[in-house]
Design a binder for this molecule. Structure first.
Ligand SMILES: [Zn+2]
Length: 332
């Protein structure tokens, strides 16, 4: 049994209360590699932002859960070394799909877990979430639950259609489960192809796809039903066009990749939305930098030569999100 407290990590409780009251959102960045971890920590320290480092099922399969936990422990020490006296870093399990995996993470140093019962019938989602909450709270670990289904593909989480969260369920669900935060579905989507071209309109000037707007009416109704309760948005990468263009310019093939416009995420951050998940944008920033580097330096073969600009590009993206989209800078 390893407690996250011994690793210098924190849970989300105080962080979310401050974010909801202050009208900003905490960035939740997925990580699989050392370079992502370094970029996340550098960005958070330089902007004085709390940060959630999250681990998906795919990340554990790729990098090994134990290694990722030690990397999060390393992230805390690295932040201190960079001059941050009191880093606020959460190690979060993204899309936990069983009580057992949540328990395993809680027992091994995670400070926050998500139990995703959103594909289950309502009462089964409540029963599973409640069971995880009871175990987690006994260890002062916070729990994110989910109501509603997001479209898109994220590691092993995939759905072809989205089902918006039903506002009439959120009060009953949050009360009966005791969860600390709730991921809702209001039109965000997993992956770099969040919408098919026929779901979008085309900007007549640029020819670029314009996605359908988020369902702010549902978000606002949820806020009224559970005032101040922390809301989470998954699948909230904006799929920056310049990164997609760079990838395509240097031999990639990502036609019509489309994400959530940053203006809408900025607006959501000012509401009860206090955690915004960003994964695809980091992948795109890394891939764009590496493709460009190889095109310009075909003789390079030392991974440090191409991973360094990849790390720099991810860091730039993380800082941009923190300062210009989520507003979580200068909150430590
Ligand atoms: Zn997700």
């Amino acid at each position: 049994m390893v407690s996250y407290k011994d690793l210098g990590l924190v849970n989300t409780r105080e962080m979310f209360a401050k974010a909801v009251a202050g009208g900003y959102a905490i960035p939740a960045f997925n990580f699989n590699t050392m370079e992502q971890m370094q970029a996340i920590v550098q960005a958070a320290v330089e902007t004085k932002s709390p940060v959630i480092m999250q681990v998906s099922k795919g990340a554990r399969a790729y990098a090994n859960g134990t290694i990722l936990r030690y990397m999060a422990q390393g992230a805390v020490e690295y932040a201190k070394e960079l001059g941050c006296a009191n880093p606020q870093i959460v190690l979060h399990l993204d899309h936990g799909d069983s009580f057992e995996i949540c328990k395993e993470c809680i027992d091994n140093g995670f400070s926050s877990v998500m139990i995703d019962g959103s594909s289950l019938p309502y009462e089964e989602n409540i029963a599973l979430t409640k069971k995880v909450v009871e175990y987690a709270h006994a260890h002062d670990v916070t729990v994110e639950a989910e109501l509603g289904v997001l479209a898109g593909v994220e590691d092993e989480v995939a759905s072809e259609v989205s089902h918006y969260t039903k506002p009439e369920e959120v009060e009953d669900f949050s009360k009966r489960t005791g969860c600390d935060s709730l991921a809702i579905s209001i039109g965000t989507s997993h992956g770099a192809y969040k919408f098919t071209p026929d779901q979008c309109t085309r900007d007549p000037k640029t020819g670029k796809l314009v996605p359908p707007p988020l369902a702010f009416d549902i978000l606002h109704e949820i806020e009224q039903r559970i005032p101040g309760f922390p809301i989470v948005l998954h699948g909230s990468s904006s799929v920056p066009q310049d990164e997609v263009d760079t990838i395509n310019q240097y031999g990639g093939k990502l036609p019509d990749a489309v994400g959530i416009p940053e203006e809408q995420l900025r607006e959501a951050s000012k509401s009860a939305v206090c955690k915004i998940n960003i994964d695809s944008d980091s992948r795109l920033a890394m891939t764009a930098a590496i493709r460009k580097h190889f095109a310009e330096n075909p003789g390079h073969f030392d991974p440090r030569q191409y991973l360094k600009p990849a790390r720099e590009n991810m860091k730039k993206m993380y800082i941009h999100k923190i300062v210009n989209v989520l507003g979580s800078d200068n909150k430590l």
